[in-house]
Structure formats: C-alpha cells, structure tokens
Design a protein around this ligand. Sequence first.
Ligand SMILES: [Zn+2]
Length: 229
Amino acid sequence: MSFDVKLCFAIGRFCDIIHLMKIEIIKMRRKTTCLKLIDSNHAVLKVPKTLSQKKIDEFLESKRIWLRKNAEKLRERENFGAEFDFMKYIYFDGKPYVETSKISLDFEKLSEAKKKSVIKKFYLSHFGELEALAQELSAKTGLKFKDVKPTSSVRVWGSYSTQKVMKLNWKLLILPRNLAEYVVCHELCHSLHMNHQPKFWKAVEKICPDFKERKNQLSRFAFVLKNEI
Ligand SMILES: [Zn+2]
C-alpha cells in the first residue's frame, strides 16, 4: 500500500520517517481508534491493542485526505506564526510597534527569563487600553461588567464570572484590534448567558455581526495565546 503522506508503523514509540510526516502508532487498551495531529509533521494514532495491521492500514487510508488537508492548514498557521518574534519586537494591533531592545536598558544583556518578564511588564503597562476598550464596548452595547482584570492564561483569551468580573488576556494587545474587540464582545455577552448555547451566539451576533469570521481569524493567533512570554 502506498501513501503520499508517508506512514510509518511503530508500536508504542516515536518513529522517525524519511518522508513528510511521522505517525506515531500507539497500541493500547481502548475500544476506539483516535487520530490526532500534533503539528503539521506529526500525528498520533491510538488504536485498540488487538487491531490488526491491515485494519490500521485501512483506517489510515480512509483518513488520508483529512490528514493532508489538516496538516496543510496547520502548516499555514505555523508559517504565519513564524513571522512573529516576541523576543525581538513588541506588537500592538497585529504589527511590530517597537524593538524589545528599546524598552529596557541593557535589554540584550538580560537573561532569557528576565527578558520575558520585562516584555510582559511592558505589555501589562498598556493594559489600560483593554480596560478602555471594555468600557467603550460596554457603553455601546449596554452590557455591563463590574471589574476588568488582566490574565496571562495560555488557554483562554478572556473569561466572565458570575460576579461580573471580566478577565482579559493581556496578549489581546498583540492581536489586530478587531479580534480583541470580538473577545470583549464575547465576554460581555456572558453577562446575558453564562454558557455557549445558541442564545448566547445570537447575542454575540447581534453586537458583532461578523463574529464567525473574527472567531476564525482568532484561531490563527492561537500561537500568541500559547506563547509563554
Ligand atoms: Zn465564552
């Protein structure tokens, strides 16, 4: 059997291949088969211990198009993310704003950890811009919050508590403004619905009609969120 996304079979261990992608096959005690892309060059396939090689081949063959399509999507995102260098530049509104070497004396001489802390402090010193955005959108939509606080989460862009406290990730400053606006609108709509049911999305659509497009764009910036500055 031939694959244009070259496959390699190994049991329970990582396996390097000469071709485009490595597929790690893990035989384990489970009932179902699960294929997951880790990055554009690496996928993990978990299969039941007793599944035959023939069945594994068939399963992978059936997923070939899915694999290629999604690996391509991930590659596009990785390339997009590679254009950003958070240690070299401070970004605002999706664009380089100033070189990090200019934000602190002897920046280049600092340790990596210290550099990161200086960079984070710099962004946090601009958190007021996100507060102002929250105030502005709250006034515009009539959706309220009691307080807004920064978060450094690598998982979420924002949150909204039952106490009406909105947390906004300071990394929103890095994103194009319309995406930060979407996140704030999203959190404000949690003042109406503390869930992601259809009524919630209707409320989001009402104040942000092109939210689907913005949400889609936001997912391209997942590398910003995951970056541990
Ligand atoms: Zn939400």
